[in-house]
Every structure is written in C-alpha cells, then in structure tokens.
Design a protein around this ligand. Structure first.
Ligand code: T3D
Length: 270
C-alpha cells in the first residue's frame, strides 16, 4: 500500500474544466490567497494553458476562503534593518507583468468572481479581467501606499480609465477600501451580486460566454482595450480589419444562417 505523503502541499491554484468553461481558483486561503512564487507559477501556467486550449472558450478566476487575493505575500518581504533590499522591479518583470499581459491578451473572455477582499496586486489582478463580478461583502483596496509602493499590475493605467483621475488618485494615495456596490456604482467593476449567488451567477455568465462566437469576442476585447491609446482613425481601421477577418469565420456564417432560420445559433468558436 502506498504511503500518504504528509509533506505534499495543496496546489496553490485549482483548475476545473466544465465543458468549454475553465474555472481557476486561487488556493492559499490561510494567506488570503496572497502571491508567493508557487502561486505565481501555477496561475501563469493555468492561464497559458487556457489561452492555448481549443476546448476552453471562457475563464472564471476566483479564490478559496474569505478573500480573493491580498496581493504580494508580505511575509516573503520581511528583512532585518539594514538587510539587502529586494529588487521589486524584478518580481514585476518576472511574475506580475507577464500574468496581467496574459489576461489582457487572452483571446477569450476572463471573468473575475471576487469572493472577498481584493488588495494590492490582488485588486488590480481582478480589474485586469474582462468582466468583474463581486460578492457584496467584497472590497477593493489599493493598499500599496500603506507600504510605500505604487499601484502595480496595471493599476496606474486601469484605475484612471475606469473611475477617472481624481478618484483614482484618492483611492490609491489614501488606500480607501471600495465596497463592491460602490465599485459597481463608480464603474470600477461590472456588477455586485449577493455573496451566496456569486459563483452561480459567474458560472451562468461564463457558460453563456463559452457558447458565444469566441473569435468575435476576442476581437471586441482587443479593440476596446486599444481604444484608450488609439486615435479614432486607427480604431476605424482596426474595426475594418477585424470585421474582414470575422466575415470569413464559421461562426459568422452560422450566426447569419441561424438568424434567417429563426433558431438559436450553435457557435463553435471558429
Ligand atoms: O513585493 C513585490 O514583489 C512587489 C509587488 C507588490 C504587489 C503588491 O500586492 S504590494 C501590496 C501587498 N498587499 C498589501 O499590502 C495588503 C496587506 N493586507 C491588508 O491590507 C489587509 O490584510 C487586507 C485589506 C487584505 C484584509 O484586511 P482584513 O482586516 O480583512 O484581514 P487581516 O486581519 O488584515 O488579514 C488576515 C490575515 O491575512 C492576517 O494574518 P493573521 O494575523 O491572521 O495571521 C494578515 O497578516 C494576513 N495577510 C493579509 N494580507 C497579507 C497577509 N499576509 C501576507 N501578505 C499579505 N499581503
């Protein structure tokens, strides 16, 4: 009989496939799912696998326990007075930036189901997702200023665009916690929902998106993201090119046929 390995660590990220929907669950609940290297590596590998998968057509990112993610695990950052300072730029270069870039480049929709507090890089990880649902007890905290850092993981780019520069400066400089309902009201997230229906609503949304014309959603996502830095003319050109590509897709042909035949379209993500 095989002996149980009592030293085995639980996986820091759980991956579940429900048909074309992939659920990724941060799984360090006793640390409020804050990031250490193992969680970074596991999440990036799972995100890359979802991006490359032909089966996966939508992703939900959520977390175990009472929190979504408290950002960097600060217990990995404690040093004695006079000790050598860590190179935080290296951590961003190696872990946080590739993760955020992968989510923004993901050619399928990513839903964040924020089940509790999202702080520091954890807040900005959620905001990098395409649709953010949050339980009413969740809150978003740009905690960085409390430890002398800047809002990373895309926070300085995303926040002023979502909530305006004035509010972004207040939320970041004062580290004001934003409850889920307030986050919805100011346009920071898509919707606040009851805690006990968060996962069922996220899954319903994910299943609907997983049946949608995936290539069209991917082109929509990229065009909307580029809109912040492109001119109107560049955007018109981008729309022309995307529409040209999509006009040749199987899902477009199916969508038009289904409309004419007054039936539900059966999109295959192709
Ligand atoms: O370092 C680099 O590589 C650069 C990249 C940086 C990215 C970043 O994310 S920097 C920002 C890091 N995060 C924070 O500063 C957030 C720190 N945490 C908090 O502000 C609060 O804990 C929360 C707002 C997240 C939650 O508050 P609350 O009152 O609900 O819970 P709590 O009691 O403060 O925390 C519960 C436990 O989790 C507690 O441990 P204990 O006392 O039960 O043993 C607390 O120490 C621990 N915890 C919370 N956040 C972290 C953490 N432990 C390690 N790292 C954390 N980030």
């Amino acid at each position: 009989m095989a002996l149980e390995d009592r030293t085995a660590q639980p996986s820091p990220v759980l991956v579940e496939h429900r048909g074309s929907l992939t659920l990724l669950t941060l799984n360090r609940p006793d640390k409020l799912n804050s990031f250490n290297e193992a969680q970074h590596r596991a999440l990036k590998a799972a995100v890359d696998a979802a991006a490359a998968s032909d089966t996966c057509r939508a992703i939900i990112l959520t977390a175990a326990g009472r929190g979504f993610c408290a950002g960097q695990d600060l217990s990995d950052r404690v040093r004695p007075e006079g000790g050598t300072a860590p190179d935080l730029g290296e951590t961003l270069e190696k872990f946080y930036n590739p993760l955020i870039r992968a989510i923004r480049a993901m050619p399928k929709p990513v839903i964040a189901a924020v089940n509790g507090v999202a702080a520091g890089a954890g807040a900005n990880l959620a905001l990098a997702c395409d649709l953010v649902l949050a339980g009413r007890s969740a809150r978003f905290v740009q905690a960085f200023s409390k430890i002398g850092l800047i809002p990373d993981s895309g926070g300085t780019w995303m926040l002023p665009r979502l909530v305006g520069e004035a509010r972004a400066k207040a939320l970041t400089m004062l580290a004001i916690p934003v409850p889920a309902e307030e986050a919805e009201r100011i346009g920071m997230i898509y919707r606040a929902v009851n805690d006990d229906t968060l996962m069922s609503e996220a899954i319903a949304l994910g299943e609907a998106l997983a049946k949608a014309p995936t290539r069209g959603l991917a082109e929509t996502k990229q065009l909307l993201q580029q809109a912040f830095t492109h001119s109107f003319d560049q955007q018109l050109d981008g729309e022309r090119d995307a529409q040209r590509r999509l006009g040749r897709s199987a899902d477009y042909a199916e969508g038009v046929r289904a409309f004419m035949e007054k039936r539900e379209a059966a999109f295959r993500g192709q």
